[in-house]
Design a protein around this ligand. Structure first.
Ligand SMILES: Nc1ncnc2c1ncn2[C@@H]1O[C@H](COP(=O)(O)OP(=O)(O)OP(=O)(O)O)[C@@H](O)[C@H]1O
Length: 411
């Protein structure tokens, strides 16, 4: 378990204990006592949602000095929207999430919900739900009692509780699991229960911190899609921290790319791919081949020609997106990026070829050949060829680059 999770859990446990002793409720998975639990169908709300302005989070390590984990972030999450915070380890994602939760006091800036400043609102009064990498389920309670916990503490009557637990388990694909002991569940099932538990009180905002990181990749991919559909089905407003691009793009309506305590870019997954904005974001997204369109290199001329052809065409089958992208790239793109993984090695038949390169590596995977090609004047592109390719390292090949997938960096 990571140090941070342990700290957060310690904070939760301490608050749970203190509140339980005072006859209260657990801090973050349940609403405060007396606080009305919203009907599950009311999630999403009609207010303005989360508003973060110029937020700064600092840690004073005493002798070691001060770390600025969040260096002035502004972010809005609209009711019913799911936003992912995506970035490398240490970029401040969790610190931002914890400041929103109220677990970390901001050094500067504001966090508000529906227009109300939360500076003086403690964690358990914010009405936010939290979910972590490890679900932190109660081992001595069965699945249904875990999910019911927050509702029970908030005084929701038994009948309503039973109905909402059943709804919650159905929403996460665990219909009929209520009586199972938590210890008999797989890691993925436990995280589903944790999600159902976090959603049961219909929090006005759900904060998820790497909730799938402890699972293996295949399971993570499946669960990410399930988390998305559950959040959408319940109309839940959510902030989802992850370092995994695929997860972010699967789960979120908008993705915020973070680096060194700042948000570099925030946009919908589709627009982020097409308009990464800066080379740093493009590189973080995995783009490796950059073509300055104003250069006279063969690759720049070839890409310009392909974009011009696309801009002048009106092919109905591409829905206009390719054309619009090409027009934008030609108009504004000092630098465009060739997409990895989408070009096709055309080999001898060079129909539609726009650029040439030399094969660095070729491997047969999942029924097709993946070929890494060094394109002079651009960089490395991962291309695919159907079936077992006949190309080998050192071969010169042509790549038919899909202009629809060319990304533009400026603008
Ligand atoms: N309690 C703490 N005391 C001192 N420094 C901290 C503390 N928590 C985080 N930091 C530092 O703040 C910076 C941001 O950390 P944070 O955990 O927010 O990043 P992250 O993007 O969530 O990283 P990860 O993906 O590895 O969890 C890092 O440099 C980290 O070392």
């Amino acid at each position: 378990m990571r140090v941070r999770d342990a700290r957060v859990r310690d904070a939760q446990v301490a608050q749970e204990t203190a509140q339980a002793e005072a006859g209260g409720v657990p801090a973050v998975v349940a609403p405060a006592p007396g606080r009305p639990v919203r009907p599950a169908t009311a999630a999403g709300g009609t207010g303005s949602g989360l508003r973060v302005r110029d937020l700064v989070v600092r840690y004073d390590d005493g002798g070691a000095g001060v770390t600025t984990a969040v260096a002035g972030v502004s972010l809005d999450v609209a009711p019913g929207e799911v936003v992912a915070l995506l970035g490398p380890s240490g970029c401040g994602k969790s610190s931002l999430l914890r400041a929103v939760a109220g677990l970390e006091p901001p050094a500067a800036g504001t966090v508000s919900w529906d227009g109300a400043d939360l500076a003086d609102v403690p964690v358990h009064r914010r009405g936010f739900g939290l979910m972590f990498q490890e679900g932190q389920l109660f081992a001595h309670r069965d699945v249904a009692h875990n999910v019911a916990y927050g509702l029970q503490m908030a005084g929701v009557p038994r009948g309503e509780r039973t109905r909402r637990v059943a709804d919650g388990l159905r929403a996460v694909g665990l219909d009929g699991y209520g009586r199972r002991a938590v210890s008999t569940l797989s890691g993925g099932e436990q995280q589903r229960v944790a999600l159902a538990r976090a959603l049961a009180p219909a929090p006005q905002l759900l904060l998820l911190d790497e909730p799938l990181s402890a699972l293996d990749r295949a399971l993570r991919e499946r669960l990410a899609a399930d988390v998305r559909s559950t959040l959408v089905a319940t109309g839940t407003t959510a902030l989802f921290v992850t370092h995994d691009h695929d997860e972010a793009f699967t789960v979120a309506d908008r993705v915020a790319v973070m680096s060194a305590g700042r948000i570099l870019r925030i946009d919908t997954p589709a627009r982020l791919w097409r308009r990464p904005g800066s080379r740093a974001v493009a590189e973080f997204l995995g783009y490796r081949a950059f073509v300055p369109l104003d250069e006279t290199t063969p690759v720049a001329s070839a890409v310009r020609r392909a974009l011009a052809a696309e801009a002048g065409s009106a092919r109905a089958d591409r829905g206009g997106a390719a054309r619009a992208g090409a027009v934008a790239a030609l108009a504004e793109g000092a630098l465009v990026v060739l997409p990895s993984g989408e070009a096709t090695v055309s080999g001898v038949v060079e129909q539609g070829v726009v650029v040439h390169g030399v094969v660095v590596r070729a491997a047969f995977r999942r029924g097709r050949s993946e070929v890494l090609v060094e394109v002079e004047g651009a960089g490395r592109v991962t291309a695919v060829a159907p079936g077992v390719s006949t190309v080998h390292p050192g071969d010169r090949v042509g790549l038919a680059v899909d202009t629809e997938l060319v990304a533009v960096l400026t603008g």
